[in-house]
Design a protein around this ligand. Structure first.
Ligand SMILES: [Zn+2]
Length: 418
């Protein structure tokens, strides 16, 4: 059976597949872009919980499709957003070899607004807990000039910016160290590591990124191949980038330079689905040192198959999602609101496909409710939606693959266009 391998620093693209039937379409697209190493098995612990899938099921679905297609190239498997050592053991046991550490529970989002006394008090607490035991952090950070790129003035910490970075990310780097040890142990030293802080409240400044990366280095986090900062602007699920693209580009240059300087490692773009306006910039600035993750956008293409082939089923699902929206949107940062969802027309057929599957409010409605649809939702006869969706996809595999291929060729060519 086909098995995933570590992909090192090769430019890569992650295809999350919540239903386990998307790999043929993903493969058809990425075969046209040999510059990108594909990651065909990729699911976060949160998604596995929401879809009630095990790491083994996620892995087997990808492997079976790759074997059926006779694919013999290198591919990766990403256990995404792992928060505990137990998560690591579970995904390593299923053969995953790329581990994304999510230390966001240990990021202090209040750091941006604390006054100096509060910053000093928190750093004193971190020191008392041994976070910097035997390490002369003042000399190490304050007396140095970091010439990360000829494009910018060198970076340097002043006392305040250093204290703020320590308060915001110090505990997160210590957590990443613990996770790194768990990954090395669980994978027999083979596991590659990404560290992601993309799901935090405030953007990661270049100086904070530098601090974070130097701490990971000092703490000996092994096999670091990528890092996902929280970027400026909004990387909302399933829709294009929202924000100042020129500002994004300016800061991305700084992040990419820091990644080359302290690594090298790749810049990882999470919630990468459908960021079409930002893709040329991302491709150009990051070059070979790039990883992009997508997931929900493939689920939406699966629903597009349902909308075209079984409009009655899609209509029932859309109605169910409208009822779940208020509850299910809680853990997401999105622009769709209950009022905007209530204003959507009911789905009757092809004339409403765009409203639900191409426009922001409809896409986000379907995106945030995926867990409910795939575990709790059922049609009027009590048949689970998941069973009905899988039946449609299995009976219409060529259309499913064709829609996915077209969708990801668009993603990959825009990344390449930069
Ligand atoms: Zn993420």
């Amino acid at each position: 059976m086909s098995a995933p391998v570590p992909l090192g620093l090769k430019k890569s693209f992650g295809f999350g597949d919540r239903l386990g039937l998307a790999t043929p379409g993903h493969l058809a697209a990425v075969r046209q872009f040999p510059d990108f190493a594909p990651i065909f098995a990729q699911q976060s612990i949160r998604e596995m919980t929401r879809t009630r899938r095990t790491p083994g099921e996620v892995m087997t679905a990808a492997q079976a499709a790759l074997d059926a297609a006779g694919f013999t190239g290198a591919w990766g498997a990403d256990g995404d957003h792992q928060k505990t050592a137990e998560d690591v053991v579970a995904v390593a046991g299923a053969g995953f070899c790329f581990f994304t550490i999510d230390p966001s529970a240990h990021v202090n989002n209040a750091a941006d607004s604390l006054d100096e006394a509060a910053l000093r008090a928190e750093v004193a607490r971190q020191e008392a807990e041994g976070l910097y035991a035997g390490f002369g952090w003042r000399d190490y950070y304050l007396d140095r000039v970091f010439s990360v790129s000829t494009r910018f003035a060198p970076l340097r910490f002043d006392e305040e910016s250093l204290l703020r970075a320590m308060v915001k990310y110090g505990r997160a780097t210590a957590h990443a160290e613990m996770m790194g040890q768990a990954i090395a142990k669980a994978s027999g030293g083979r596991g590659e590591i990404e560290v992601s802080v993309d799901e935090t409240d405030s953007p990661t400044s270049p100086l904070e990124h530098l601090f974070f990366a130097l701490e990971l280095q000092r703490r000996g986090v092994p096999n670091l191949v990528s890092l996902a900062p929280r970027f400026v602007g909004e990387f909302e699920k399933g829709v294009d980038y929202r924000g100042d693209l020129a500002e994004f580009e300016r800061l991305l240059h700084a992040h990419a330079a820091i990644a080359r300087f302290t690594g090298p490692y790749k810049i990882s773009i999470h919630s990468g689905s459908d960021k079409f306006s930002a893709y040329p910039v991302i491709g150009r600035v990051c070059g070979e040192r790039l990883h992009v993750k997508t997931a929900g956008t493939s689920y939406l293409e699966a629903l597009r198959v349902v909308a075209r082939v079984k409009p009655g089923l899609f209509s029932a699902i859309a109605g169910y999602c409208r009822g779940r929206f208020d509850t299910d949107r809680a853990s997401y940062h999105i622009s769709a609101t209950p009022a905007r969802v209530a204003a959507l027309p009911a789905f009757r057929g092809p004339s409403e496909e765009g409203v639900y599957l191409d426009e922001l409010v409809g896409r986000q409605l379907l995106h945030v409710t995926f867990g409910s649809v795939l575990t709790l939702g059922a049609d009027a006869q009590g048949r689970p939606f998941k069973e009905a969706i899988l039946e449609v996809l299995n009976a219409n595999a060529p259309l499913h693959a064709e829609l996915l291929e077209r969708h990801f060729v668009k993603h990959l060519s825009l990344l390449q266009a930069g």
